[in-house]
Design a protein around this ligand. Structure first.
Ligand SMILES: O=C(O)c1ccccc1NCC(=O)[C@H](O)[C@H](O)COP(=O)(O)O
Length: 290
């Protein structure tokens, strides 16, 4: 694991809070057993429908977001699914992201797509906080415990998304047996986002891994860029949470369908690109409600 001094102060604070929660949970001594909704099948269904497989994130706030979204998370989640999200991610970290396990339970009850629990799990006992279809393990934070935590999560029935940020973490994830890998474009040491991260790590992953591009994806241009670099799915939080979540989800999900419509109309590969506000100059002409 990283030297804590190399992490952004907000991330150090997140990790210390996670360790305290793990300690509190250990006393309860209960383990969960999950019958998960199949994430791979959900991503394949989206592809088959012509939807870009998007995992839309219910993220009320974060250390890099101003303010907080106070709307009912269940309504937000339902809007994301109506907009075509293949799966959802729900923050359960309470102190820095405004999440909760209660929110995740309510969202999972309300939708029929797989739900990823987004939290900073550093200890096996934390896996038992709530049932979800997928749990996140961040290679950077769990260090040498990754194989044991991966096994402990699978023993409980969870599918596991292992998050990496560079090639060394990718190798550790693969050695541990991870098959669903998220490449986080956000550097958790500096909280800087660079889509080039996914582009540099993805070519080193085996073809049979499910690769998810995480963070910093806001425009249709970003969607094309991550898909061209090999992303099987995209995990998007802030850009969807900023405004009308259903419309925002639909805009990203329909990127390739809209590109196809333009190709068919013009017989060439002219495509509208998003402007600085993330708005597409072809949206009105090509987007119809799904
Ligand atoms: O999003 C943050 O500000 C953040 C800060 C510190 C640690 C983690 C953080 N985000 C976690 C995530 O992985 C993102 O929520 C997720 O990938 C979506 O990112 P984005 O689309 O850029 O909101």
């Amino acid at each position: 694991m990283d030297d804590p001094d190399e992490l952004a102060p907000a991330v150090r604070s997140i990790l210390s809070a996670a360790r305290e929660r793990a300690t509190a949970r250990a006393a309860a001594g209960e383990t969960v057993s999950v019958a998960p909704r199949d994430l791979s099948a959900a991503l394949e269904r989206a592809e088959a429908d012509g939807r870009v497989p998007v995992i839309a994130e219910v993220k009320p706030t974060s250390p890099t977001t101003e303010g907080a979204r106070e709307d009912d998370p269940v309504a937000l989640a339902e809007g994301m699914v109506a907009g075509g999200a293949a799966a959802l991610s729900v923050l359960t970290e309470p102190e820095h992201f405004g999440g909760s396990v209660d929110t995740l339970e309510r969202v999972r009850d309300a939708v029929d797509v797989p739900v990823l629990r987004k939290d900073f799990v550093v200890d096996e006992a934390q896996l038992d906080a709530v049932e979800s279809d997928v749990v996140l393990l961040i290679a950077r934070f769990v260090g040498d415990d990754l194989p044991d935590l991966l096994a402990a999560a699978r023993d409980r029935g969870f599918q596991v998304l292992v998050e990496v940020h560079d090639r060394e973490e990718l190798e550790r994830a693969l050695d541990a047996g991870a098959t669903t890998i998220g490449v986080n474009n956000r550097d958790l040491a500096e909280l800087v986002v660079d889509l080039g991260t996914f582009e540099s790590v993805a070519p080193h992953a085996p073809d049979d891994a499910t690769l998810i591009a995480e963070s910093g994806i806001g425009s249709r241009g970003d969607v094309r860029r991550m898909r061209a670099a090999g992303a099987d799915a995209l995990l998007v939080g802030s850009a969807i949470m900023d405004g009308d979540v259903e419309a925002n989800t639909r805009r990203l999900v329909r990127t390739e369908a809209a590109d196809g419509a333009i190709d068919a109309d013009h017989g060439n590969d002219a495509r509208g690109d998003d402007d600085a506000n993330g708005e597409s100059d072809i949206r009105d002409a090509t987007e119809t409600p799904t």
